[in-house]
Each structure stands twice: as structure tokens, then as C-alpha cells.
Design a protein around this ligand. Structure first.
Ligand code: GDP
Ligand code: GDP
Length: 445
């Protein structure tokens, strides 16, 4: 699977029967759900890759879904294919079993299959809530022949820290120095007819001028490499952009899954919006996905030449468009014309700035200066029972996107309004234009 080597972060594959607690564990490892606002229109939940971090390491978690290996039924070829693919790109396979049920025949078939796989495997024995019984329950799983079983409770978090320490020890070493030469992965995203291929042509010249198409993850994905602003860039899935619509799939289908895949592989997304149509529901779905996946973004409003305008038009249009894309309020908006070439080259400069912010790290002392200032202007809320929220300190735990953990006495005391206030203050104090931020509120015990 050479295509996946483009994903810089190592991958942890989660394997197991249905109902053993895979999604509960994934949510705990990734903690990204907290950051998702539910009122976003049409945000789908079918994502397969999620960003996880522990200590100073970042990785991706892929949930392979419930594997069923019944003794008497053939392992369906396509499920096997999916699971094989997931494992081929993974640095570690984490098999989850149910400690309360004990070893089942299905666990044994999964283990047999895993023993033939090249990547290291860890066994997490879930639903071990009681510490004394947990070890005994876990011991039974030595039988699977996959090494030491780790008792955990995905629901309560018991044992997951030790498990993660072990996962980290199996990841390939970090190559921070390599980051400089790594190409910036840019995805041009948008509905059909907004002008993506015209912009692409304006950016890199006519199709035949593209020198180095690189094969991507699937057979008909072509990426394009070029140099701009002193960086190497990789434009993701340019084949998908250029492909003429020879088949009419109807208005609903525009390969949104293909767009989602491109977003997943990108560092920065250029979301192209048609100035004549404004923001549609499909634009909102794409934008929601960009935010959910924590990608940097530049908003490009194309066909600006076709808009009748005076000196007030641009701010007015910007305000209108932003009202519908309020969840990307951190993204810079650029008005372009692929037809005349107006401001097309600025796309790279803005994308480079956004990526720089996306990768930025801020020291704990600076974060806390900003938090102290924020607290002095506005104290955390007090509950009805008279308990006062306390924010002790914060620290940046990850980049891409910048993620902060805020240690508080009780996260429940911090409502949405105050959380948004703190995020605004962090942005005001620290910048971060062009990138989403993730904030994790953690109770201190
Ligand atoms: P998946 O199908 O493997 O993704 O499993 P889910 O994460 O959806 O969990 C299946 C069921 O097991 C749910 O009812 C969870 O509430 C429950 N569950 C998950 N983790 C634990 C745990 O640590 N302890 C207990 N007792 N139940 C759990
Ligand atoms: P894609 O489907 O998003 O790749 O869109 P295309 O690049 O194929 O463009 C769709 C249509 O919009 C074509 O007829 C283009 O000529 C036209 N178009 C693209 N960009 C512009 C622009 O900046 N101004 C104007 N007036 N038309 C444009």
C-alpha cells in the first residue's frame, strides 16, 4: 500500500467483533467528538479515520467496523479485503475483545487471521471495570496467542493509559526534521461547475503542462506536484477534479465521498464557492467536513468577474457568505476569477499561511499568559448550586490542528458560551488564522 505512505502520521487499526466497545474506545482515544457541534447542517458521521494523540505523539485511528468471522460462514471476501487494507497501512493492530463474555470462537478466528499479519498486535480486554477481576478476566485471553492481554474499561478509561503507552512504543520513530521538505498536501474542493478545473488550469497551466502526476491511493487518483512560495506542494486528486462528467448521476451525486477522501488526505483545503450561486447546502456539508477533520482552509469565491459590483459589494457578499459558513469563521476568504486570473496566485500564499498556523506550536507559558488575561476579563461561570468553575492551566497537546487541553475543576461548569469565549481569546492572543482549533476540557483529579 505505497499510496498510504503519504499519510504522515502512523495508523493504529482497531479490530474486533461487533459490540465489544470499539467505537467507545475510539471516541476515548480521539476525543474529537467534543469539538463537533451538532447543529451543523448535513454533517455525516461515516468517517473512518480519526486523529488521536497521547503524550507528544499524534497518530490516526481507523476503526475497521465489526468483523464477523463465523466458524461456519466464509469470511466475506470484501470484508477481508477491507480489513487487509486497513492492516497493510497500520503500524499497530489493536484487537478489542469483551472480557465479560470471555474468549469466543469469533475472537479466535480473528486472532488466527491476525497472527498471519505482519504488523504488531495488542489485545485490549474491554469491559474490565473492576481492577481485581480485570486481571483474571484478561488472563484468559493469553489463549489467543497474541501476547499480553491488557484489561481496560473503554467507558471509564481504566487501563487505557497503559495501553496507549504500549501503542506508542510500537509506533515508528518520529521524524520531525523531515517535516520541512514534506510537500504541503492541498485539496481543491467544491461542487461541480464552481470552477475547480479552471482554477487548477490557471494555477498550474494547461493539463499537458503538468510534469509529475503521482499515483495516489486508488487507481484513478492522480496527484500533481509543483513548487510555489518556496514550498513543494502536492495537489490532491487532480484526476477527480479534471474528470469530465461523462455520466450524469443527478444533482445529489457529485462524488461527495471522493471529496471527503481528498479532505482526509489534505493539510489544507481550498473550498471553492460559486460567487453567482452563494453558499449551498452541499458547500456547507463540505465545509462541515473540513472543520470536523481539523484541516486548514482557504475559502475561494470564484467567478468574481461575473458579479456586477461597486466598492461595497465585496464586504457585503463576504458577510452574506460567512453567515452560512459561520463554523469556518477562522478561514480567510479570497475573491478570484479563474477566467481572468485575478488573485488566483494568492491562493498559494494564503494556503501556505494557513498551513503554517495549522502546524504551529505555542509554549505552555504563552498559552497560560493568554488564559490568565482571559480569566481576568471574565470569570468562569458559577453553577446554580454556587460552585465556581476554575481553570487551572492549559497546554498545547498537538498540532495539525493545534489542540489544547484545559485543566479545570469540573468540565460541566464550563458551558458553550464560556468555551467559545476562551477559544476566541486564544485566537486573539495567539493568531491561528486559517486553522481550526481543538479544545479539550479536562477535570483535574
Ligand atoms: P462496537 O460495536 O465494538 O463499536 O461497540 P460499542 O463501542 O458500540 O459498544 C458496544 C456496547 O458495549 C455498548 O452498549 C457500550 O456501552 C458497551 N461498552 C463499551 N465499552 C464498555 C466498557 O468498558 N464497559 C462496559 N461495561 N460496557 C462497555
Ligand atoms: P468544476 O466542475 O468545478 O471543475 O468547474 P469548471 O472549471 O469546469 O467550470 C465550470 C464552468 O464555469 C465553465 O463553463 C467555466 O468556464 C466557468 N468558469 C469557471 N471559472 C470561472 C470564472 O472565474 N468566471 C467565470 N465567469 N466563469 C468561470
Amino acid at each position: 500500500m505505497q499510496g498510504f505512505s503519504q499519510v504522515a502520521r502512523p495508523i493504529v487499526a482497531i479490530i474486533g467483533r461487533p459490540n465489544v466497545g470499539k467505537s467507545t474506545l475510539v471516541n476515548r482515544l480521539c476525543r474529537s467528538r467534543e469539538a463537533i457541534v451538532d447543529d451543523k447542517p448535513g454533517v455525516t458521521r461515516d468517517r473512518t479515520y480519526q486523529d488521536g494523540f497521547w503524550g507528544d505523539r499524534e497518530f490516526k485511528v481507523v476503526d475497521t467496523g465489526g468483523l464477523v468471522f463465523d466458524d461456519d460462514s466464509e469470511f466475506l471476501p470484501e470484508i477481508r479485503e477491507q480489513a487487509n487494507l486497513a492492516l497493510a497501512e497500520a503500524s499497530v493492530a489493536l484487537v478489542i475483545v469483551d472480557g465479560q463474555q470471555g474468549v469466543t470462537a469469533a475472537d479466535e478466528s480473528i486472532a488466527e487471521w491476525l497472527r498471519m499479519q505482519p504488523c504488531p498486535t495488542l489485545v485490549a480486554v474491554n469491559k474490565c471495570e473492576s481492577p481485581d477481576q480485570g486481571l483474571a478476566m484478561a488472563a484468559e485471553f493469553w489463549r489467543l496467542g497474541l501476547g499480553e492481554p491488557f484489561p481496560i474499561s473503554a467507558i471509564h478509561g481504566a487501563g487505557t493509559g497503559d495501553l496507549l503507552d504500549r501503542v506508542l512504543s510500537l509506533l515508528p520513530p518520529k521524524h520531525e526534521e523531515a517535516e520541512e521538505d514534506e510537500p504541503i498536501q492541498m485539496a481543491i474542493i467544491g461542487r461541480p461547475n464552481v470552477g475547480k478545473s479552471s482554477l487548477l488550469n490557471a494555477i498550474c497551466g494547461e493539463p499537458r503542462a503538468i510534469v509529475s502526476p503521482i499515483r495516489g491511493t486508488t487507481r484513478d487518483t492522480i496527484d500533481t506536484r509543483l513548487e510555489r512560495e518556496g514550498h513543494p506542494w502536492r495537489l490532491i486528486d487532480t484526476a477527480g477534479i479534471r474528470r469530465r462528467r461523462s455520466v450524469n448521476y443527478g444533482p445529489e451525486f457529485f462524488g461527495i465521498n471522493r471529496s471527503f477522501k481528498a479532505i482526509e488526505r489534505s493539510d489544507v483545503c481550498v473550498l471553492v464557492i460559486d460567487a453567482l450561486d452563494g453558499v449551498t447546502e452541499q458547500d456547507q456539508r463540505l465545509a462541515g467536513r473540513i472543520e470536523d477533520d481539523g484541516r486548514a482552509c482557504v475559502l475561494v469565491v470564484n467567478k468574481w468577474d461575473a458579479v456586477e459590483k461597486d466598492s461595497h459589494t465585496m464586504p457585503m457578499v463576504e458577510k452574506e457568505l460567512r453567515a452560512k459558513l459561520y463554523f469556518l469563521d477562522w478561514a480567510t476568504m479570497l475573491f478570484t476569477s479563474a477566467l481572468t486570473g485575478q488573485r488566483v496566485e494568492s491562493i498559494f500564499a494564503l494556503a501556505a499561511l494557513a498551513v503554517e498556523q495549522h502546524r504551529r506550536r505555542v509554549s505552555t507559558s504563552v498559552v497560560n499568559e493568554v488564559l490568565k488575561e482571559a480569566l481576568s476579563w471574565r470569570s468562569p461561570p458559577t453553577s446554580r448550586g454556587g460552585r465556581q468553575g476554575r481553570l487551572y492551566y492549559g497546554t498545547q497537546v498537538a498540532s495539525r490542528p493545534p489542540s489544547f487541553t484545559l485543566f479545570v475543576n469540573d468540565p460541566k461548569l464550563f458551558g458553550d458560551t464560556y468555551r467559545r469565549y476562551v477559544e476566541r481569546q486564544l485566537r486573539e492572543g495567539l493568531g491561528f488564522d486559517g486553522t481550526p482549533l481543538k479544545l479539550f476540557w479536562r477535570g483535574k483529579q
